[in-house]
Design a protein around this ligand. Sequence first.
Ligand code: UDP
Ligand code: MG
Length: 332
Amino acid sequence: MSAPASPRPAGDGAVPPTLSVVVPMFDEAEVLPLFVERVRGVLDGLGEPYEVVAVDDGSRDTTPVLLQAARRTWPQLRVLRLRANAGHQAALSAGLVAARGDWVVTLDADLQDPPEVVPEMLRAARDQDVDVVYGVRTDRSSDSVFKRSTARVYYALMRALGAGGAPDDAGDYRLMSRATVEAVNALPEDHRVLRLVVPALGFPATTVGYVRAERAAGTSKYPLARMLRLTVDSVTGFSAAPLRLATWFGLVGFLVALGLLGYALVAKLGGQTVAGWTSTVVIVAGFSALQLLSLGVMGEYVGRIYATLQRRPSYYVAYDSLAEPADEPLGR
Ligand code: UDP
Ligand code: MG
């Protein structure tokens, strides 16, 4: 179950890490010095071989430069640069493929997920002999009211659609065994939302609570448009319910239309057929909107099928420092 001995790429020839910490980074130059200090402090104290896989998700600021500089004094830091911004979930996926550890933790760069919890997660996994340890935010008071309320709606929606399995407020701070990571990597689906995919795999799991801190520096890389994208990917990735909803709309609409037909016939026979402009407008506008909505919903699923059939990777790795000597300039 846990701690399997699967073959790992030899890479640098160093001791294969017990623990990989995967960190997606998009324009995180402001927080990077703090990140290096905090995370290194915790992981060095672990007394086990580890690697930090920093996935530079096509940053446009000085993140790549700072990462290269940090590598000079921190050999466990490994840099994976994506050719273009692929998004948080794709960057996480890239890191999971690259990670070599028996255990893999995914962590945000902005220190909202306190790295001090990592040893606790590792201990929990070993003591309780489980494959997955979810970091659960017990206190989100540092998040904005907007973020908290949208999160509540998101988790309620996912639960209603039956995509549950993980505790609410378990974001992407989690520890996974090698077996879990291999299972995630083997999934062919595109646009996968890891916080839903991982529980669906059904590995034994436990949770560790933590207090969500404020972003240590810099600004959020998750504007509303990206949050909506994550929600659409979450819904379409886990449920065909919206498609069925269109069927129900159609059925109800059909019944209403039948009723209207009866009414129209009676009105015609009674010779009073001029009135009814308002109802016509309402019906035409209402049903046009519903039709467009249904088409849009179908479009989301068709888009997903299309993306999966294309088999185009959701990210491209431009550079992996594992393949280069420590003081090599960034190869782009
Ligand atoms: N991130 C990324 N690619 C993106 C957007 C975000 O790799 O396109 C990273 C970001 O650098 C951070 C993590 O994903 O490490 C979470 O993003 P952020 O903290 O901005 O989200 P929030 O906490 O505001 O939801
Ligand atoms: Mg954050």
